[in-house]
Design a protein around this ligand. Structure first.
Ligand SMILES: Cc1cc2nc3c(=O)[nH]c(=O)nc-3n(C[C@H](O)[C@H](O)[C@H](O)COP(=O)(O)OP(=O)(O)OC[C@H]3O[C@@H](n4cnc5c(N)ncnc54)[C@H](O)[C@@H]3O)c2cc1C
Length: 460
């Protein structure tokens, strides 16, 4: 594969250096391509700077606050004096800075050319940055997403999105969280642990509405127990704010007051005014439409990450970036369906799922073609030691493979690795049942759920 003829011509030119874009760049350079990576902000994108990493740092501080609060239960006497947001932010900032430095160094060491500035697609093989044209035999669009709001709901002052929430230098007394999806429940969880009075407002009938019904039930019960308030099934109407706080009104006239309103109603694709449509690319509600191999149908232009309709997760972006680099190299990579991508919601308790929910499996395979098994973490020694409750629910096609694993409980995110192998390798419960799960671990609970589904429960 050719070296770039000049610094303006590349085998692969990537617009956006977030999870999707930089993963494509790394894999492409590994495969011997010359790579240009256009980034207007910071390499690492949303995930590193405003998403996964900072929120998980906050959640870790939150977990420590809860541990301090509950420590006496375990015979350790400490007192939780206060949450020092400046120190929390310094810790969070240190993690981001370290990872950013590592990523920047890695990109440089691979010989990837980083082009700083805002790029615009000005032809099927051209991106223009600050008046200079750069060309790529292949182009990968990876411009990511932004925090959406609702029509007429203006962000500003006490009405914030996750971007501002991550920068707060104080702990508010009370917050209303608009949206009970992943980002909403994670912030609700952090703030509650920090001592904030939290109310979630979700228009759909439940929190985390995309999850399996059994998981939803467990989360709502756990949040109630934690004192996180929520209103579901009634839509938001409007918000007023003044120097003292916000007042949120729902369509049924009910009102809630708090210091802040966090708008967590989802993320929109960042595709406006970037020349995509002019280049002939199909855009639907802002998303770039591709075939299942992530090709846009125009020239050699591909798209990856949050701008492609589907679950907006960093590891989906990584996987898609790697996929496209390999596709361009002619390696014929395997398509991973969105449903089989592992998903973790890091609130307390954590939710970790992969594959079909019971409802989705019944829609796909037929009502009488699906079997399920729930294993309660009450039977798991390590979960009792940690003081967590929760469940593992396994969904299988009748007499067939496991098609879904749904887990909730402290630290259950760490169990998603085996769960995704089970689902993606289309394992049968009988296959999994013969494997050994170390004692005492929470991982055993996954083993026990499969033993039970294979008809030979050990402790069930
Ligand atoms: C609060 C929050 C928490 C999250 N937590 C998780 C989590 O725990 N796990 C998880 O998997 N996902 C999480 N996500 C989602 C994850 O961050 C995204 O799915 C991921 O970042 C998408 O990667 P991407 O490459 O598509 O886009 P992005 O990461 O958004 O990157 C796009 C990049 O393109 C650049 N760019 C855009 N337009 C241009 C242009 N015209 N010219 C040059 N550069 C441009 C941007 O500056 C940006 O760096 C979270 C998101 C948020 C907001």
């Amino acid at each position: 594969m050719a070296e770039a003829a000049t610094a303006h011509e590349f085998d692969i030119l990537i617009l956006g250096g977030g999870s999707g874009g930089y993963a494509a760049a790394l894999r492409a350079s590994e495969l011997g391509f010359s790579v240009g990576l256009v980034e207007k902000g910071k390499l690492g994108g949303t995930c590193l700077h405003n998403g996964c990493i900072p929120t998980k740092a906050l959640l870790h501080s939150a977990e420590l606050a809860d541990h301090a609060r509950d420590a006496a239960k375990y015979g350790v006497n400490v007192t939780l004096d206060s949450i020092d947001m400046n120190a929390v932010n310094a810790y969070k900032g240190g993690i981001i800075a370290g990872k950013f430095k590592g990523l920047t160094g890695l990109i440089k060491s691979k010989g990837i050319t980083v082009i700083e500035g805002e790029g615009r697609l000005t032809g099927p093989s051209t991106v223009t940055v600050g008046g200079t044209d750069y060309t790529g035999k292949n182009i990968i669009l990876a411009t990511g997403s932004y925090s959406r709001s609702l029509p007429g709901l203006e962000i500003g002052g006490r009405v914030i999105t996750s971007d501002q929430a991550l920068e707060l230098d104080y702990v508010p007394n009370s917050v209303i969280v608009l949206g009970g999806g992943v980002i909403g429940v994670e912030f609700a969880s952090v703030w509650k642990s920090f001592g904030v009075d939290v109310t979630i407002v979700e228009g759909l009938p439940s929190l985390v509405p995309n999850e399996d019904a059994a998981i939803v039930k467990q989360l709502e019960r756990a949040f109630k127990k934690r004192g996180i308030k929520f209103s579901t099934g009634i839509f938001f109407q409007g918000v007023e704010q003044d120097e003292n706080g916000v007042k949120v009104t729902l369509v049924d006239g009910k009102t809630f007051e708090a210091d802040l309103l966090l708008v967590a109603v989802g993320r929109g694709p960042s595709t406006a005014n970037l020349g995509f449509e002019e280049a002939g690319i199909t855009i639907d509600r802002g998303f770039v439409i591709t075939n299942e191999r992530l090709h846009t149908g125009v020239g050699n232009v591909y798209a990856v990450g949050d701008i492609v309709p589907g679950v907006q997760l960093a590891h989906r972006g990584f996987q898609q970036g790697i996929f496209v680099a390999e596709e361009i190299a002619g390696l014929n990579p395997v398509v991973v369906e969105d449903v089989n991508i592992p998903k973790v919601t890091y609130c307390d308790p954590e939710i970790a799922t992969v594959g079909y929910t019971e409802k989705a499996a019944k829609e796909k395979f037929g009502d009488d073609q699906v079997q399920t098994q729930e294993y309660n973490l009450a039977g798991n020694g390590k979960s009792s030691i940690l003081g967590t409750s929760g469940i593992i629910k396994v969904v299988r096609q009748k007499e067939g493979p496991i098609v879904g694993v749904h887990m909730i409980g402290a630290r259950m995110g760490e169990q998603i690795g085996e769960a995704q192998l089970i689902v993606n390798w289309e394992a049968y419960p009988e296959d999994v049942a013969q494997f050994i799960h170390a004692h005492p671990t929470q991982n055993e609970a996954l083993g026990e759920a499969h033993l039970a589904l294979a008809g030979k429960p050990l402790h069930g």
